[in-house]
Ligand binder design. Sequence first.
Ligand SMILES: NC(=O)c1ccc[n+]([C@@H]2O[C@H](COP(=O)([O-])OP(=O)(O)OC[C@H]3O[C@@H](n4cnc5c(N)ncnc54)[C@H](O)[C@@H]3O)[C@@H](O)[C@H]2O)c1
Length: 317
Amino acid sequence: MRFLITGAAGFIGSNFVRFMLDRYPDDEFVVLDKLTYAGRRENLDDIADHIEFVKGDICQREDVEKTGSCDVIVNFAAESHVDRSINDPGLFIRTDILGTHTLLEYARKNEVKRFLQVSTDEVYGSIEKGSFSANDPLNPSSPYSASKAGADLIALAYFKTYGLPVLITRCSNNFGPYQFPEKLIPVLILRALKNQSLPIYGDGTNVRDWIYVMDHCSAIDRVMSRGSCGNIYTIGTGYEKTNLEIAKLILQSLHKPEGLITFVGDRPGHDFRYSLSAKEMNQLGWNPQYGFEKALEETILWYVQNEWWWQPLINAP
Ligand SMILES: NC(=O)c1ccc[n+]([C@@H]2O[C@H](COP(=O)([O-])OP(=O)(O)OC[C@H]3O[C@@H](n4cnc5c(N)ncnc54)[C@H](O)[C@@H]3O)[C@@H](O)[C@H]2O)c1
């Protein structure tokens, strides 16, 4: 099998390629990535000899065509940071919606066997109690989540209209190695390491369901091999934590004082709680393999041991 993995110089995609190479060493993996501020060749250094890397933009048909033919496309490429989407929504609409459309057209013309669109819990918006399931209504709050929701709908339309074998995964908040230091967990780890204040939005009670990135990778693999085309799969773990709890756990692990926590003005349109069901994933035989506390410890250790990776990034725009 020949896989085209887009956006795999970023956080989840790079972990996914590593996961797949380990599991399917005889398959071929082509990475297409524009190398935006969030994408880095360094994220693939250890597996560079085992993949084909194409620098290019998913919005440009010629760039996508440079990757050659493939059996499966997994689309991770996106602008992914909510705060940035508030400042520059147009970029998110271009990459997340138009980019996905370009890939879908390419997939249709080349008759790919699977097109897996990697989406997010944020498309459902906030939920006070219980958990969202796949076919619950979309109610995105930010330009980021709205652009992801738009991409999902276009992908589903390609399934219904053209019979393209599309699958969609919507996953909760990821954490783990190689996550860009603008997202909550790496921001808090790196600031704590430097004895800087830990900025927490609002009163810190916003709740997220957390998943270790390798569990997300195994879930995508499971959906690719056992999922039914045209379906949406929600991937949650039930590891729900407030932002304040996360900050305290990180400080505890690094033996730093809780006095470093500083509350800052809330993000506009900040969703209070995300929660997803994993019922359909459980039916496919998938369950998370990593407990939250242990995976968080491992993630903290990775940042402590890999200063070479994050030091050049901490002052990035
Ligand atoms: N991080 C999470 O918690 C989370 C949760 C659920 C779903 N997701 C989804 O998973 C995917 C990956 O997220 P991530 O956290 O790894 O993001 P990331 O920002 O770390 O990586 C995104 C990658 O896409 C690349 N990219 C951006 N624009 C591109 C373009 N026009 N053409 C080609 N490549 C481009 C970047 O260079 C980067 O390598 C996204 O689609 C995101 O919506 C993320």
